[in-house]
Design a protein around this ligand. Structure first.
Ligand SMILES: Nc1nc2c(c(=O)[nH]1)N[C@H]1C(S)=C(S)[C@@H](COP(=O)(O)O)O[C@H]1N2
Ligand SMILES: [Mo]
Length: 330
């Protein structure tokens, strides 16, 4: 943009007119919305595990299905899985240990196979109650057989159009809808059917069910951000219920300590198994002041996020996200 044009637009903006955001400044240093894409690029997707990522070789990797099964099958190779009927889905992952509103939530487009298609080949015995996943890094976790047989429980081998990156579980990880990251094991080397199993994190006190709780994160503003008074500022973020309450119906923002709430615009969404992205244009008051920005989600079932409270560890947080920021003079 020519400098003269820029000055002119800035002047209009300072007078309080609503300008398209992209015209407000030259090459803004940070995105105006956060998240700013429905699909998180692989390079930005959060990464979390108990140790170092396991580095596996597709040529030698094998995954055996063992335990309470009717029919033995030779350990599977990656090409056996890729040869099966594939499914694609957009899915959000969120960490159970995520303090309210931090960065440990991302969304990708995945390709894989239905876990149940594999389990049907071996035939779980009637006494099998859980499916245990053993991973190359020593991690292990179990899910109820009932969940494993759901149509949308997937073993993924692609993430955003490329083979699963090493950090995200190459060659195979589980995508277990409705459940926190703990129940989405990476680098799987064995699927074992059993009567019961105590998983890695359960041994350390975390919720064995790990159902994702209704939640919202505020991406902009960030903690401590200085917001210019007298202008439009776009408050933005993501909300997710993992399908437990029918998906996100609306997101509201408060900049007056929760006295009044303004409905945000949901500008990107997929199925309830993916987050929704929202934004709200705030006409920031002129006067310099500290400000708190809150955001809360309401799901289609009618449930709304609670007022600020304690984090409900170890079952995952539900109280709404709150950002401390400051309005500063232009
Ligand atoms: N093998 C293995 N899988 C794992 C973990 C792990 O430590 N080892 N951590 C889990 C946790 S706690 C989370 S939040 C997600 C994170 O997945 P990501 O790194 O692809 O975002 O992986 C899950 N799967
Ligand atoms: Mo996690």
């Amino acid at each position: 943009m020519k400098r003269r044009t820029f000055i002119k637009l800035s002047a209009i903006s300072a007078a309080g007119m609503v300008l398209p955001l992209q015209l407000e400044g030259q090459a803004p240093a940070k995105p105006l919305l956060k998240p700013n894409t429905l699909i998180t690029p692989n390079a930005d997707f959060y990464i979390l595990q108990i140790g170092d990522p396991a580095v596996l070789d597709a040529a030698t990797w094998r995954m055996a299905i063992t335990g309470l099964i009717e029919k033995q099958m030779p350990p599977l190779r990656l090409e056996d899985i890729v040869a099966m009927e594939s499914v694609e889905a957009t899915r959000t992952l969120k960490c159970i240990g995520d303090p309210i509103g931090t960065e440990q939530m991302s969304n990708a487009h995945w390709k894989g196979v239905r876990l149940r298609d594999l389990l049907e080949k071996v035939g779980p015995k009637p006494e099998a109650k859980v499916v245990v996943f053993r991973c190359a890094d020593g991690y292990h976790t179990a899910i109820p057989l009932e969940d494993a047989m759901r149509e949308d429980t997937l073993l993924a081998y692609e993430m955003n159009g490329v083979p699963l990156p090493t950090e995200h579980g190459f060659p195979i990880r589980l995508l277990n809808p409705g459940h926190y990251g703990t129940k989405n094991p990476k680098w799987i080397v064995n699927i074992h059917l059993a009567k019961a199993h105590e998983s890695y994190w359960e041994k350390r006190g975390w919720d064995p069910i790990a159902n994702v709780k209704l939640g919202t994160m505020i991406g902009t503003p960030s903690e401590g951000e200085k917001i210019t008074g007298g202008k439009i500022y776009t408050v933005s973020g993501a909300a997710f219920d993992a399908g437990h309450h029918g998906g996100i119906k609306k997101v509201e923002v408060s900049v007056d300590f929760g006295q009044t709430w303004q409905e945000a615009e949901i500008w990107a969404k997929d199925t309830p198994l993916a987050w929704v992205l929202w934004k709200w244009d705030w006409q920031v008051p002129e006067e310099a002041n500290p400000v708190e920005v809150y955001a809360r989600a309401t799901a289609h079932s009618g449930v709304t996020q609670d007022e600020i409270g304690l984090e409900l560890e170890p079952v995952g947080a539900i109280p709404y996200h709150m950002i401390d920021a400051a309005i500063v003079e232009p």
